[in-house]
Design a protein around this ligand. Structure first.
Ligand code: ATP
Length: 748
């Protein structure tokens, strides 16, 4: 079959007009939908709609959008790209009723599918465990699903049936599935399976671990030309495949370009796609996303509104511009102005930012006359793509930081230092200490604590270590498929120096008490069956006031582990096992030296300084790092708060603490499934890769459990024992295992 991309330029096809949406006769949801009405979704006035898909908007609705009030324009300033008029949290309302985003399934619930046997003779039962929320759309919520039959992981788009009451909405879903399931291409997010139960419809999709290009641009602001070329070429491939299958996507935008684990583009969301009967067929329904919509789709004159494959080329021009510049070309304060700018083709490149090849590439796609837009073959041959280097692959660190390039022995472009989480430049940085090979073959975990004299921490990415660990947690199933795995450290462990006996015995006794409490709880449920009861108010208050690590960044490949506590203070556990913690509300910081080996003091030597007054000769580099880590983590925290991903750090918890009360990180351990932090107030926090957490009080008798939805619940150890809460107890089992290692590491 001749590829679409090798045909004549798209616009030169005949203008034979056939209206109406692709009718679907399948009986999804058990009902035949004979409605030929177009779907009319519009957005809440409070939503910024510039980047939201508009599905088959009626001309009345369009007129309303064109005359949108200034109230709308105000809402438009919440941009996906950080600029005005951009992307918003997805929520649609139907023309009459608010669509529900409730999927009616509790977190971590088991979803059961009754699958009809192929011969029609009864059902087979299949179960999935619902995991973390991957994202929300106007139509659906998307969760990680693990098949309990096969252990395979999917992204499951859950559409509540309450949102499908109207024929039009059902038809949209039917069309989406009907088209999506035929789209098998390496750069298209794969449709896997559909099923429904009483309350929801479930579409199982290939999981894309690195979110969408939308989140990447939000974090990065803009991409390099090399990365843009890499992505554009894959988009060209995906769109060529769709067009060759007579499918027009009609909603190509950053938010629908998902990124796989290996950073390849996976085009998704076929909710507005249409399959045309022939390559000449034109459509007239208005759909797309304001910032990305082609002028021929907006055109007020119905006869002129016909559009075809060229609308996708236009959107690709918008995508390319947004990747390089950081905001869409026609973005403005409200939808009406955005449409006006699109119709007048009013956009400009920021000075000195975009190369002439890239400008020419984008401008060729952003031509008002669809017939003048290039074919996909022409795009592939364009100088921007064909005369410049394209990297063979990208590391997932590109989702948050710009890569540096070098060429390999074959002259191929490759990324240097792909795992760096931070781009920290220290002017007076000392040469990195030489790492020695791991010496402790018997240790299951690497332990980062003050007993080590090593200037590089021990490391847990030794395969042997991980294998042993996997063995010890075989009974405790924890999702391993987690995006936010810290980059591997390049350091290796050294022999720990003998540590002061007195100090360690103190330390060990606290840990042992904690461990034995967990042991009693987990190993002997019956014995304490009736010993529990409600937690005293005092105990609850104690836990509520507790301190934990809100976020961290593993940069042990160079400097150390940075952390942000829930009280707003931030700190670093440096690779030489010294620590520092910076107050949330003042510029004072505490620096914690390693305990001297000849000292028998149980406490660590602390010194308090301010950022403007400290011994620069010895601490300049560390203080610079401390501030870099603080800035980086606070920015991450702020972003997460803005997107509602995390609870804000409350002003109450940021209240100033006396330096001697400031809490810092005493030790940390990285395992395959979790990070364990031991804080200076003796609590232990285990942060699992699936984003759940357990916090164990210093006595080991109070547990705070944070589930995947970030719900924080307090438990007394006996509560857990009585209820045998599997979720909490399986994590406690694992925590206990790590704790044992911490104890033996501390005893050494
Ligand atoms: N295959 C996937 N893998 C990982 N995350 C996904 C996947 N598909 C969707 N998501 C996440 O879920 C979010 C919502 O998905 P999607 O855009 O398909 O929903 P929708 O309700 O159809 O959206 P829209 O409002 O654009 O119609 C996405 O923005 C993304 O964050």
């Amino acid at each position: 079959m001749a590829t679409r991309s090798s045909r004549a330029p798209l616009g030169q096809r005949s203008t034979n007009i056939q209206n109406g949406s692709a009718s679907t006769k399948s009986s999804l949801l058990g009902k035949k939908d004979s409605s030929s009405k177009s779907i009319a979704f519009e957005r809440k006035a409070s939503d910024n709609s510039n980047n939201k898909g508009i599905s088959s908007m009626s001309s009345n609705t369009l007129r309303r959008a064109l005359s949108a009030s200034s109230a709308n324009s105000e809402a438009s300033s919440n941009a996906e790209t950080g600029a005005s008029g951009g992307f918003v949290k997805k929520q649609y309302v139907s023309s009459s009723s608010t669509l529900t985003n409730k999927t009616n399934t509790p977190p971590d619930s088991i979803i059961t599918e009754h699958r009809k046997r192929p011969n029609g003779d009864g059902y087979t039962v299949h179960q999935y465990m619902r995991g973390k929320l991957l994202g929300k759309g106007g139509f659906a919520k998307v969760y990680q699903f693990t098949s309990l039959d096969t252990n395979k992981i999917y992204a499951a788009k859950i559409v509540p049936k309450a949102n499908l009451v109207k024929n039009r909405a059902r038809q949209k879903l039917q069309t989406e599935i009907k088209i999506h399931r035929t789209m098998k291409h390496v750069n298209v997010c794969e449709y896997k399976h559909f099923f429904e139960d009483k309350t929801n419809c479930y579409i199982l999709l290939e999981i894309c671990h690195n979110q969408s290009c939308n989140e990447m641009i939000k974090r990065r602001k803009s991409l390099t030309e090399e990365e843009t070329r890499f992505f554009m070429l894959q988009i060209i491939d995906a769109v060529s495949f769709m067009h060759d299958s007579n499918v027009i996507h009609r909603d190509l935008k950053l938010g629908n370009l998902f990124l796989s684990k290996t950073m390849n583009i996976k085009v998704g969301d076929f909710g507005l796609a249409v399959r045309v009967d022939s390559s000449d067929e034109k459509r007239k329904t208005i759909c797309g996303t304001p910032n990305y919509i082609a002028p021929e789709v907006i055109n007020g004159n119905k006869e002129k509104r016909e559009h075809s494959f060229e609308v996708d080329i236009w959107s690709m021009g918008v995508i390319c511009f947004t990747m390089l510049v950081g905001k869409p070309p026609y973005e403005s304060k409200d939808v009406k102005s955005t449409y006006r700018r699109i119709l007048n083709n009013e956009y400009s490149f920021p000075k000195g930012k975009v190369s002439s090849d890239a400008r020419a590439f984008i401008s060729s796609m952003l031509q008002s006359d669809p017939s003048l837009r290039p074919s996909l073959t022409e795009l592939r041959q364009h100088a921007f793509i064909s005369h410049n280097q394209i990297p063979g692959s990208l590391p997932s660190s590109c989702t948050y930081s710009a890569p540096s390039w070098s060429t390999d022995e074959f002259g191929e472009l490759q990324v240097v230092n792909p795992t760096s989480a931070l781009d920290i430049n220290i002017s007076n940085s000392a040469p990195a200490p030489q790492a020695k090979p791991a010496s402790s073959a018997s240790s299951k975990f690497a332990i980062y604590d003050e007993v080590q004299s090593t200037s590089k921490p021990a490391v847990s990415n030794d395969d042997r270590v991980i294998n042993k660990l996997s063995g010890c947690v075989a009974s405790c199933r924890i999702d391993d498929d987690e995006v936010r795995e810290p980059p591997p450290s390049s350091a290796t462990s050294q022999d720990p120096k003998p540590s002061p006996a007195a100090a360690n015995s103190d330390e060990v006794s606290v840990l042992e008490r904690m461990h034995s409490n967990l042991d009693v709880c987990l190993a002997n449920f019956e014995r304490i069956q009736n010993g529990g009861g409600k937690m005293e108010a005092r105990a609850i208050a104690m836990v509520e006031e507790s301190t934990w690590v809100s976020r961290f960044v593993d940069y042990t490949s160079k400097y150390g582990l940075g952390f942000l506590l829930n009280d707003g203070s931030s700190g670093v556990y440096f690779n030489d096992s010294t620590k520092a913690v910076l107050s949330a509300s003042s510029d004072s910081f505490v620096y914690i030296e390693r305990r001297k080996s000849n000292s028998d003091s149980t406490s660590e030597p602390l010194a308090t300084y301010t950022l403007s007054d400290y011994p620069e000769d010895t601490l300049k580099k560390k203080v610079t790092l401390l501030q870099h880590f603080r800035n980086y983590l606070s920015e991450q925290q702020k972003r997460a708060e803005d997107t509602g991903e995390t609870q804000p750090i409350t002003s109450d918890s940021t209240k100033s603490k006396a330096p001697e009360d400031m809490i810092y990180m005493k030790k940390w351990i990285k395992t395959k499934h979790a990070m364990l932090f031991r804080l200076s107030n003796d609590t232990v926090q285990v942060q699992f890769n699936d984003e759940t957490q357990v916090l164990i009080s210093s006595e080991g008798n109070l547990i705070t459990f944070v589930d995947k939805e970030k719900n924080r619940t307090l438990h007394s150890i006996s509560d857990i024992a009585n209820n045998q809460q599997t979720d909490v107890s399986k994590r406690l089992k694992y925590a206990k295992e790590i704790l044992s290692q911490l104890i033996s590491g501390t005893k050494r």
